[in-house]
Design a protein around this ligand. Structure first.
Ligand code: KIV
Ligand code: ZN
Length: 513
């Protein structure tokens, strides 16, 4: 195992999915997993199979589909969870079990009500049990950064002896400071028995905005696996963002003489896909993937850029897949060109699916001169990945203006049955939402509503995000269309579908972790 290789363990589908409102259905998870494999991650943590039937099903479908990267299932340190994790990943080309138990005194006393000796015994048994199924076993010491460092070394040493190939040190509550965390990593490497037989991994949360800095400090001090998510999504303030760690390594090779297997040109498309599927927008000033990450506003900067881009740009946008010259499709493009473009993007569609996408593509090409990858991604996400939706929009007609009372007539299908109604509102979007609420009986509260443009140009599709809450459940919804009122209606309906999904697929993950 080469010492300058940093393994990228992606947990967008597990910790990322724990972001409030960011639930994904199985089709969406499969699509994202395919994209992550193309991006070149080494491990995909596909979910927590013991958490729900839905999680189990998604992890096993992903395990059966992927051929290149390891597919991990998360399990608490119990036989039941490990059986579920193995049940889900067993058919993977490269299966992995990731088992964990908390090690900090505060977790032991208040959460687990166990002594250190009991936790140690439990961890060893869990690793041995997982090892009876597969060679590839990772052990995590939850709340590791707040654990006694000698106990940490002891439990890691015991886990390695029991067969763990990776031991993971999480900063579960995002409490660490980079210099402190780097020093802890060095201490663990130097004081854990047989550390050379395993990889030391880190998993940081972003509660103080330090997840990337902590991960980089850990790598500088010898950690060789980084657990990350696309766009940094995850529990509370999120996890370390994949793109930030990868591009820090890529850009600062002089300071960080290590490498990853990430194909950086797929970073931006992966980021777009995650935000489209989860409904979580990326903040415009987000490093690497934010809309402004490569935008130069100040005149003096623009002047420098024209003379030599390196004056103000430390990375080229095309390195992360922005401004890459993609094949642009237009209304004269045929089915064959569309299939081939979709294949390049990672979609292998059946003839029937292609027919449906082609029809929507032609529709869009009539309204918009150039159809680019982002547009196609929306068509497939809305048309295929969300196929199991209960609520679907069939048509929307709105009258508005400064002299009429805005009114919307909506026709929807609800569980395959067509229904229609109309309502008024303060504006056309309000009217559309009122009509949809009437038809669906929705009682959710609209917490957030935002509109942006999917691509450049006045004919760009408007992209709308809504955040809904009902009885403690929270869901994000996303919709895109050249017409922003239609995009809003689609987003609202998507949010309602996600709420329905949450009602019927209860996930106990939050209580379990
Ligand atoms: O944050 C954490 O500690 C985790 C573990 C399960 C690795 O997500
Ligand atoms: Zn975590």
């Amino acid at each position: 195992m080469s010492n300058d290789r940093v393994y990228i363990f992606d947990t967008t589908l597990r910790d990322g999915e724990q972001s409030p409102g960011a639930s994904m259905n199985t089709g969406e998870k499969l699509r994202l997993a395919t994209q992550l494999e193309k991006l070149g991650v080494d491990v995909i943590e596909a979910g927590f199979p013991a958490a729900s039937e839905g999680d189990f099903e998604a992890v096993s479908r992903i395990a059966q589909k992927l051929t290149q990267c390891e597919v991990a299932g998360l399990a608490r340190a119990s036989k039941h969870d490990i059986d579920r994790a193995w049940g889900a990943v067993q058919h993977a080309a490269k299966p992995k079990i990731h088992t964990f138990i908390a090690t900090s005194d505060i977790h032991l006393e208040y959460k687990l009500k166990m002594s250190r000796e009991e936790v140690l015994k439990n961890a060893v048994e869990a690793v041995k049990y997982a090892k009876s199924f597969t060679d590839s076993v990772e052990f995590s010491a939850e709340d590791g950064s707040r654990s006694d460092r000698d106990f940490l070394c002891k439990i890691f040493g015991a886990a390695i002896e029991a067969g763990a190939t990776v031991v993971n040190l999480p900063d579960t509550v995002g409490y660490a400071i980079p210099s402190e965390f780097g020093e802890l990593v060095r201490y663990v490497i130097e004081n854990t028995p047989n550390m050379h037989k395993a990889i030391l991994s880190v998993h940081c949360h972003n509660d103080l905005g330090l997840a990337t800095a902590n991960t980089i400090a850990a790598i500088s001090n010898g950690a060789r696996q980084a657990e990350v998510t696309i766009n940094g999504i995850g529990e509370r303030a999120g996890n370390t963002s994949l793109e930030e760690v990868v591009m820090a390594i890529h850009t600062r090779g002089n300071y960080l003489p290590v490498n990853t297997n990430i194909q950086t040109q797929y970073i931006h498309p992966s980021s777009r896909l995650v935000s489209m599927i989860t409904g979580m927008m990326v903040q415009p000033n987000k490093a690497i993937v934010g809309a402004n990450a490569f935008a130069h506003e100040a005149g003096i900067h623009q002047d420098g850029m024209l003379k030599n881009p390196m004056t103000y740009e430390i990375m080229r946008p095309e390195t992360v897949g922005l401004n890459r010259s993609t094949l642009v499709l237009g209304k004269h493009s045929g089915r064959h060109a569309l299939r081939s473009r979709l294949k390049d993007m990672g979609y292998d569609l059946s003839d029937e699916e292609l027919k449906m996408v082609f029809e929507r593509f032609k529709d869009l090409a009539d309204k918009k001169k150039h159809v680019v990858d982002e547009d196609l991604e929306v068509i497939v996400t809305e048309g295929i990945l969300r196929i199991a939706d209960i609520f679907k929009l069939e048509y929307i007609h709105v009258t508005c203006g400064n002299t009429v009372m805005p009114m919307a007539s909506i026709k929807m299908s609800i569980n395959g049955r067509s229904v229609k109604d109309a309502d008024y509102g303060n504006g056309p979007i309000d009217a559309a939402f009122n009509a949809i609420a009437k038809l669906t009986g929705a009682e959710s509260e609209l917490l957030r509503f935002s509109v942006s443009a999917l691509t450049g140009g006045t004919d760009a599709q408007g992209e709308v995000t809504v955040r809904l809450r009902e009885n403690g459940l929270m869901a994000l919804g996303k919709g895109a269309d050249p017409d922003i009122i239609t995009a809003s209606a689609k987003a609202y309906i998507n949010g309602l579908n996600r709420l329905e999904y949450l009602k019927t697929h209860p996930v106990e993950t939050r209580e379990m972790l």
